[in-house]
Design a protein around this ligand. Structure first.
Ligand code: SF4
Ligand code: SF4
Ligand code: FES
Length: 259
C-alpha cells in the first residue's frame, strides 16, 4: 500500500502561551500561526491573551498591540489600516479577510485564530509569498494600451462606458479571492485565478483600450482561464464586495462570441 508522508512544515505544533498578567477588563485570546522557513523549526500556533480595553477594535489593532507589548518577533504585512492597500489580508477564524476591516466584536466568541492566506508559501508568520500572483498580474499587462495620439488632457469616456469599470476598478489586490479558490489551489502555477482575471476583464471592457483582441488571445488557454469551474468561493471571499466569478464568466462569453 502506498505510504503518504506530509511535508514537514505541514505539521503545526502547539506553541508558546503568553498569559495575561493581571485581571483583564475585556479578555480575549488570539492563536496565531508562527513559522520561519529559515529556522529549523516546525510551524506552531502561539497563544496570546490580551485585554481588548488596551487595543483598538479591529483585528489589525490587536495584532499591532501584541507586537508592541508582547512579541515583536511576529511578522505581518500592512500599510493603510483602512481597506485600501490590500496588504493585511489573512485567514481569520477560517475565512479570508482584511485584518484592518474586521471588527473583533463581530467575530464569534472564543479564541481568534489567525493564519496566513491559505495555499501560499509562507515567508514568515502571517506573511504569504505573493510573487507568483504578481508575476501573473504582469502577464496580463494591467495598463492602458492605446495607439491614438496622446491627448492634451485626459482620454474621454462616455458615462455608460465608464460605468462598465464599476465593480472592477475597486479591486485592491488583496488576493482573498485567489487564495479561497480551489482551482487556484490546485493549478495556481498555470491558472490565473479570480484576482488576476478580474483585473484582465477590467482592461477588456475599458473603452479607451485598443488591445481587446490581443488580451483575449492571451487568455484563450485551457489553464489560464478555463480552470474556473464557477464554484463562487472567490465572490464570497471578496472583502470589497466584488464579483470576480461574474468577470470570468463574461470573459468566457467574449471569447465564445468572437468564435
Ligand atoms: S468561480 Fe472560478 S475563480 Fe471563483 S472560486 Fe470558483 S473556480 Fe475559483
Ligand atoms: S477581487 Fe476582491 S478579493 Fe479579489 S483581489 Fe480584488 S479586492 Fe481582493
Ligand atoms: S492595512 Fe491596507 S487593507 Fe488592511
Amino acid at each position: 500500500m502506498a505510504e503518504l508522508t506530509l511535508p514537514k512544515n505541514s505539521k503545526v505544533q502547539k506553541g508558546r502561551h503568553f498569559a495575561y498578567d493581571g485581571e483583564a477588563e475585556k479578555p480575549r485570546t488570539f492563536r496565531i500561526y508562527r513559522y520561519d522557513p529559515s529556522a529549523d523549526e516546525l510551524p506552531r500556533m502561539d497563544t496570546y491573551d490580551i485585554d481588548l480595553a488596551d487595543s483598538g477594535p479591529m483585528v489589525l489593532d490587536a495584532i499591532l498591540h501584541i507586537i508592541d507589548t508582547i512579541d515583536p518577533s511576529l511578522a505581518l504585512r500592512r500599510s493603510c489600516r483602512e481597506g485600501v492597500c490590500g496588504s493585511c489580508a489573512m485567514n481569520i477564524n477560517g475565512t479570508n479577510k482584511l485584518a484592518c476591516l474586521t471588527h473583533i466584536d463581530e467575530l464569534k466568541s472564543g479564541e481568534v485564530r489567525l493564519s496566513p492566506l491559505p495555499h501560499l508559501k509562507v515567508i514568515k508568520d502571517l506573511v504569504g509569498d505573493l510573487r507568483t500572483l504578481y508575476a501573473q498580474l504582469e502577464l496580463i499587462e494591467p495598463w492602458l494600451q492605446n495607439d491614438q495620439a496622446e491627448p492634451e488632457r485626459e482620454r474621454l469616456q462616455l458615462p455608460e462606458d465608464r460605468d462598465k469599470l464599476d465593480g472592477e476598478y475597486e479591486c485592491i489586490l488583496c488576493f482573498c479571492c485567489a487564495t479561497a479558490c480551489p482551482s487556484y489551489w490546485w493549478s495556481g502555477e498555470q491558472y490565473l485565478g479570480p484576482a488576476i482575471l478580474l483585473q484582465a476583464h477590467r482592461w477588456l471592457v475599458d473603452s479607451r483600450d485598443d488591445r481587446t483582441g490581443e488580451r483575449l488571445d492571451a487568455l484563450d488557454d485551457p489553464f489560464r482561464l478555463y480552470r474556473c469551474h464557477t464554484i463562487m468561493n472567490c465572490t464570497n471571499a471578496c472583502p470589497k464586495g466584488l464579483n470576480p466569478a461574474k468577470a470570468i464568466a463574461d470573459t468566457k462569453r467574449m471569447l465564445a462570441r468572437r468564435g
